[in-house]
Structure formats: structure tokens, C-alpha cells
Design a protein around this ligand. Structure first.
Ligand code: ZN
Length: 155
């Protein structure tokens, strides 16, 4: 038994390791009706996001494929678990809040938000170069849902 297991930064490390070893929804979604490819040339992260959206705008299923650094992959994996079952509108609001948290525009401890588990990534804001890694999958999700671009780049 370790005594430091509940410490925020330890938890963050554990979650990143765990999602890298066993990424969730790491699959090509055969039933997808929305898709986008996201690239972060600065770090070399690249992910494809596949979404199956119902007629009423609910994300019924989601998958991702690709490769990248530990933070980008863990965030992509976590993103898929957090938006599955949500409406497009709610998912995009979450994207907005996640991005604002990492840019220091939303204080996750004092302000209202819907981030839940995603707050464990708040430490990324101390590493500005990593913010693009952390938000890549979210930008890609947004591009897929809005259907404006099939490929996006953080640069
Ligand atoms: Zn990266």
C-alpha cells in the first residue's frame, strides 16, 4: 500500500500510464458518420476520430486511432469515454471548458463546469507546449462533429 495514491499529480501520472497501456475506444468505427484527422506537428501527434451520431444529435459511439505522446493519447482516450452518450452540444461545451481550463481561463476549483474526471489534466496548463497535445483529440472531435474540415492541424 502506498500512501501517496490519492495525491493529484500521482493520480494524473497513473491515469496517463494506464490510458496509454489500455486506450479506451481505440478502434476504427465501422458505423461512423462523422470523421476527422487531427495533427499536432509540433509534437508529432496524429489521431483520427470516428463518431457515430444519431439523428437527434447524440454521440452513440466513438473511436480513435493514431499515435502520439503519452499526454495526447491519454487525453484522446479519456475524451472518448467522456463524450460517449452525450449530445453534440454538450460534447462541444466540454471541449470548450477543457480548453479553457488548460489555457488558464477557467478555474476548475472555483468556477462551475462539467469537466468531472477531466480536471485531473489541469496540471498540463503548467506546460504550455503540452496544451496542444492535450487538446488535439478535442479539436479533432469538434472538426468531425461540425463537418467543416476532414483534417485539422494545431499549427
Ligand atoms: Zn504530444
Amino acid at each position: 500500500m502506498t500512501q501517496s495514491g490519492s495525491h493529484a499529480s500521482d493520480l494524473y501520472q497513473q491515469v496517463i500510464l494506464e490510458h496509454n497501456q489500455k486506450p479506451r475506444n481505440f478502434k476504427v468505427l465501422e458505423t461512423a458518420n462523422a470523421y476527422a484527422l487531427g495533427k499536432n506537428p509540433l509534437c508529432g501527434d496524429q489521431f483520427a476520430v470516428y463518431v457515430s451520431v444519431s439523428d437527434d444529435g447524440t454521440i452513440e459511439d466513438i473511436g480513435f486511432q493514431g499515435m502520439g505522446c503519452a499526454i495526447s493519447k491519454a487525453c484522446a482516450s479519456m475524451m472518448t469515454t467522456q463524450v460517449k452518450g452525450k449530445t453534440k452540444v454538450d460534447a462541444l461545451q466540454l471541449k470548450d471548458e477543457f480548453q479553457k481550463m488548460l489555457l488558464g481561463e477557467l478555474n476548475e476549483t472555483t468556477e462551475a463546469h462539467h469537466l468531472g474526471k477531466l480536471t485531473m489534466f489541469s496540471g498540463v496548463k503548467q506546460y504550455p507546449v503540452r496544451v496542444k497535445c492535450a487538446t488535439l483529440a478535442w479539436h479533432t472531435l469538434e472538426a468531425a462533429l461540425e463537418g467543416k474540415a476532414s483534417e485539422i492541424s494545431t499549427e
